[in-house]
Design a protein around this ligand. Structure first.
Ligand code: OXD
Ligand code: MN
Length: 598
């Protein structure tokens, strides 16, 4: 009989499931996570004693710890991620599918006895403020202290969650085991009809912090389809004018296109005089609901950030740097011998004497046998930090059921073709724009870097049901939301023929957001093009930013020939999504081709 410590007042529904999973995984011990600082301290000390985590220099990084994942376990694994619903049609063309019975049976073999000699932690968690009617509850069983400590940053965990759950069966049953970390036996399984997630043989963030991508996007998407709301891969940002009124935008970009940087934006020098205040409401996930005022309201179900470290510095994201100054877990970055951390394109000089993300001795300037620079931090290395430490986090975050959205923005990383910003001309056109998002692949995704892939609504890896049904759900939301926001598309990444970025990005993006909010109010100068409305070259406030002559025109250019090819490509993509495609989107492709004269 394994020992159980600190069993919380849980319902029979909860305890009988925990017992069943315990009988499968056979841990030596079961520990219930109560959410107390004291328990977290004890677990952190234990993880440090076993080497699972390393205490950083507490003078320079108070409350901070370091973790290294297995070198074969450094990113989400889309090819090992499955939607396991009864009817394959409900998973659609973009998801891997497994029949639930088979999926359970196969994974049960991997879970069986996987926690022998280990502790199973029971982590009750709430996505969204504890007790809000908009929040969702999950319970994650895991054999990883790293997961427990990260979950405690990323969401609200502990006894209060069980209090709110009471006798209800309305919780997501999340089971995770590192097992042997065998990549071949890695599975991230979603059973939306059973409100269950199973993840095995990984210990890496997106695969194992089951509240995040698994619950808050894939499972919540399915729930939202049935309950009339949207779970989106979006940041939420507020722009407060000096008169105190705040307008909010929600924006979807594929992974590692700068969502966090935009969410934490700092107004550029030239616009400071306008006295804006920026509020970071969310950087990755938005739950969006139509409200009785006919508008869409968005809330961030997370309580922390799980940010890509490389590229984050005091220039690209000062608020991000401020956020990770304390109480942060660093994963797979460079570890200085003095207990400090560093990453490529971060702040300051690299430590002279350090260990790289795999724990090998590393020195700045090191090259491999081909003369190529050896990076110290993994390109997808991360930091996990509490939301409340962000200087632009609103105080009301935890008491709020969300904020009203004035504009929805889609974007991708496109070297060519796509203008800096354009506005869709109707809700259905906006849904079409979201459906046609494409981006060049980055390191957060598994697969070949650099290649353009279609990533509708930036949800390709995260949409937990049939993508065409998801488009239909979006079309329907517009029908039932009389004051729906306007929909826009941005591209910060357009390059000139010499491969140089045309737009400076970062804080300067506020100039584009200003135009978007103006257009949302029916103001602002624009010109019509076949793909939508783009600003006139003089429409953005460029105070303090000198672009070379002709650059703005180049940024805003819509090349008909290139767009004809793009429209063809979009059509092929939509056709590949199967028979559920809403006719409204087929009509939008036709209309686009006509406007282009194709
Ligand atoms: C993330 C991702 O980690 O989108 O947020 O990959
Ligand atoms: Mn993301």
């Amino acid at each position: 009989m394994p020992s159980t410590s600190g069993t919380l007042a849980a319902s029979h529904l909860v305890t009988s499931w925990v017992d069943e999973m315990e009988a499968l995984c056979l841990p030596e011990k079961v520990v219930w996570i109560d959410g107390s600082d004291e328990q977290r301290r004890v677990l952190t000390a234990e993880a440090c004693a076993t080497g699972e985590m390393i205490e950083l220099n507490q003078e320079k990084h108070p409350g901070c710890y370091y973790h290294r994942s297995d070198p074969q376990d450094v990113a989400r694994v889309e090819d090992k991620t499955f939607i396991c619903c009864r009817d394959q049609k409900d998973a659609g063309a973009t998801n891997n599918w497994k029949e639930p019975g088979e999926a359970y049976a196969e994974a049960a073999d991997f879970f069986r006895g996987s926690m022998r000699g280990r502790t199973m932690y029971v982590v009750p968690f709430s996505m969204g403020p504890v007790g809000s009617s908009f929040s969702k509850i999950g319970i994650e069983l895991t054999d990883s202290i790293y997961v427990v400590i990260n979950m405690a940053i990323m969401c609200h965990v502990g006894e209060s969650v069980l209090d709110v759950l009471g006798q209800s069966n309305d919780f997501t049953r999340c089971l995770h085991s590192k097992a042997t970390l065998d990549p071949e036996k890695r599975r991230i399984l979603h059973f939306p009809e059973d409100n269950t997630v199973w993840s095995v043989n990984s210990a890496y963030g997106g695969n194992v912090l089951l509240g995040k991508k698994c619950l808050a996007l894939r499972m919540a998407g399915w729930m939202g389809k049935n309950e009339g709301w949207l779970a989106e891969h979006m940041l939420i940002l507020g722009i407060e004018a000096p008169n105190g009124s705040t307008e909010y935008v929600a924006a979807a970009f594929p992974s590692a296109c700068g969502k966090t940087n935009l969410a934490m934006l700092i107004p550029p020098e030239g616009l400071r005089g306008k006295g804006y205040r920026i509020w970071t409401v969310g950087d990755d996930i938005a739950w969006i609901r139509p409200d009785s005022d006919g508008r869409l309201w968005a809330m961030n179900p997370e309580a922390g950030f799980f940010c890509v470290a490389p590229g984050t510095n005091s220039k690209t994201n000062p608020n991000g740097m401020e956020t990770q100054k304390k109480n942060t877990i660093f994963t797979n970055v460079v570890l200085g011998r003095d207990g400090t951390v560093w990453w490529e394109d971060g702040d300051g000089a690299p430590p002279a004497d350090a260990l790289d993300w795999q724990g090998r001795p590393w020195k700045p300037g090191m090259t491999d046998e081909n003369g190529k620079a050896v990076v110290g931090a993994h390109p997808n290395s991360r930091f996990t930090a509490p939301f409340s430490q962000c200087p632009t986090a609103p105080l009301s975050q935890d008491r709020h059921h969300g904020v009203p959205i004035s504009a929805i923005i889609f974007g991708g990383r496109r070297e060519r073709l796509v203008p800096l910003v354009y506005e869709s001309t109707s809700w259905d056109h906006g849904v079409f724009v979201g459906a046609s998002v494409a981006s060049e692949r980055t390191s957060a995704q598994y697969g070949k870097q650099g290649e353009v892939r279609r990533d509708p609504f930036a949800m390709l890896p995260f949409c937990g049901y049939n993508m065409a049904d998801y488009f239909r759900h979006w079309v329907n939301i517009g029908r039932t939301t009389p004051n729906a926001p306007k929909i826009f598309h941005v591209n910060w990444f357009r390059k000139d023929e010499n491969g140089r970025f045309l737009w400076p990005g970062y804080g300067e993006n506020l100039r584009v957001l200003e135009w978007i909010l103006k257009r949302a109010r029916g103001e602002g100068k624009y010109q019509e093009t076949p793909i939508g409305n783009v600003p006139t070259p003089d429409a953005l406030d460029m105070t303090g930013l000198d672009l070379a002559p002709g650059v703005m025109e180049e940024l805003l250019e819509v090349n008909r020939e290139d767009w004809k090819a793009e429209a063809d490509d979009i059509k092929v993509f939509l056709d590949s999504l199967g028979p559920h495609m809403p006719p409204e989107l087929r009509d939008e492709v036709k209309a686009l081709r006509q406007r282009l004269g194709a």
